[in-house]
Design a protein around this ligand. Structure first.
Ligand code: UGA
Length: 422
């Protein structure tokens, strides 16, 4: 049993979607234009680090449920479902650029079997389902929006145990067929029109970014009034209407989604005649948060970054990924360097970087540094020996932008400790 699914695009979303559908028993063919990438994938060599993905890709290849081919048409020619998982980068005006999506649709238009369903998985502006329908120009093929809510670092479990599945379509039978693909995940199913499904995706990311900017703003207030944001969040989160999730203060949100999607939603609203001031404010708070972190490091090294030596723990935009896209860590380090600091960074997943010096271990980068700054919430940083870090450092300051380390232990060791909002 199982359906025949073509996945167009083997980026982070496409690969996870394809491997997980194969794991659920479907027959999946993943396509990409990058020949070398397809060759590596066929041999089980993954271009990204994502917990659990390697195992299900290998199992899918071994069972014959997962194959990789070059070119969208080769994958789509025998499929019942074609998932468009190509990137939708941010265009110059903030709107998502649909070039890759349109190219993929054009490439499969003539080979799709009759009654196939084309599914938009890429994050696309409201109205894109219609765009794909126009490019396909096929009356016997339905287009459905089925946005993804995967988080990097937990994408496989997010896919297999989703909070909900959202399906947007004007064709009830196509919607039911897509819903059936997820039947074994037993989750909430929201079937709606395409515009609503597309809006759910943007609104979800915009709301999550709002929560984080909100807590970062509250953290700034906490610093000013002498409160501890960790306790404030604890007190907030037990209110079921608020919850604890996505209220971790930090150096600001980054990654491949929130920065792009918040700007896109501001643009979508603007084009539709609504000035989304609230969301613009959310973006401003996020930009300010990075500057606030740079100012903390400046204080930690005695007020002048020029010539200061800084050890940085963490480069990725969050833990459990190797993704550096729009990473606050990179933005903050880049600014420190621009102000004259000498930075040496360590990250469990990143071993080199074009503009930042990367050391081989967490202690080594501390050698002779004036301050240690924690930028990504890697669990392993929690368990590092701060006494050893202290012996290696020249100074005795910690800036913990993730409130990750044991503050009391650091202070006991003689560190001066700055967290966020406490
Ligand atoms: C995000 C959404 O969480 C997913 O639901 C969505 O599918 C995905 O974007 C997407 O659109 O593809 P992701 O970008 O992988 O997932 O990462 P998140 O876990 O959401 O974190 C985003 C940023 O917010 C990171 O920089 C993280 O460190 C920061 N963050 C997150 C905080 O600063 N505080 C928090 O409490 C949570």
């Amino acid at each position: 049993m199982g359906s025949r699914i073509a996945i167009i695009g083997t980026g982070y979303v496409g690969l996870t979607t394809g491997a997980c559908f194969a794991h659920l028993g479907h027959h999946v063919v993943c396509a990409d234009i990058d020949r070398a990438r397809i060759e590596r994938l066929s041999n089980g060599i993954l271009p990204i680090y994502e917990p659990g993905l390697q195992e299900i890709v290998e199992a899918g290849i071994a069972s014959g449920h997962l194959r990789f081919v070059v070119g969208a048409a080769a994958a789509a020619k025998d499929c019942e479902f074609a998932y468009l998982c190509v990137q939708t980068p941010q265009g110059d005006d903030g709107a998502a650029d649909l070039t890759y999506l349109q190219q993929a649709a054009a490439e499969i238009a003539s080979v799709l079997p009759a009654h196939a369903v084309v599914v938009n998985k890429s994050t696309v502006p409201v109205g894109s389902t219609k765009v794909v329908e126009r490019v396909l120009g096929r009356h016997d093929v339905s287009v459905v929006s089925n946005p993804e809510f995967l988080r990097e670092g937990s994408a496989v479990s997010d896919f297999l145990k989703p909070d909900r599945v959202v399906i947007g379509s004007d064709d009830p039978s196509a919607a039911t067929r897509v819903a059936d693909l997820y039947s074994t995940t037993s989750t909430h199913l929201i079937v709606t029109d395409p515009a609503s499904a597309e809006t759910i995706k943007y609104a979800a990311n915009a709301f999550l970014a709002t929560k984080i900017s909100f807590v970062n703003a509250v953290a700034a207030v906490c610093e000013a009034v002498g409160a501890d944001v960790n306790d404030v969040v604890l007190g907030l989160g037990y209110d079921k209407r608020i919850g604890h999730e996505f209220l971790r203060p930090g150096p600001g949100w980054g990654g491949s989604c929130f920065p792009k999607d918040t700007r896109a939603m501001v643009k979508i609203a603007e084009d539709a005649g609504y000035d989304f001031n609230l969301l613009k404010g959310v973006v401003v708070v996020n930009d300010e948060q990075r500057e606030r972190m740079v100012a903390k490091v400046e204080r930690a090294v005695g007020g002048n970054l020029d010539g200061a030596v800084v050890a940085a723990w963490g480069l990725t935009f969050k833990a459990n990924t190797d993704d550096l896209r729009e990473s606050p860590a990179i933005a903050i380090i880049t600014e420190l360097i621009a102000r004259g600091a000498i930075v040496k960074a360590y990250d469990p997943q990143v071993k080199s970087h074009p503009t930042i010096t990367v050391g081989a271990d967490a202690y080594e980068v501390c050698d002779g540094a004036d301050a240690l700054v924690v930028l990504t919430e890697w669990d392993e940083f929690r368990w590092l020996d701060l006494a050893e870090a202290k012996r290696r450092l020249r100074g005795s300051s910690i800036v913990d932008t993730r409130n990750l380390l044991d503050r009391s232990a650091a202070i006991r060791l003689g560190f001066s400790y700055q967290g966020v909002g406490r």
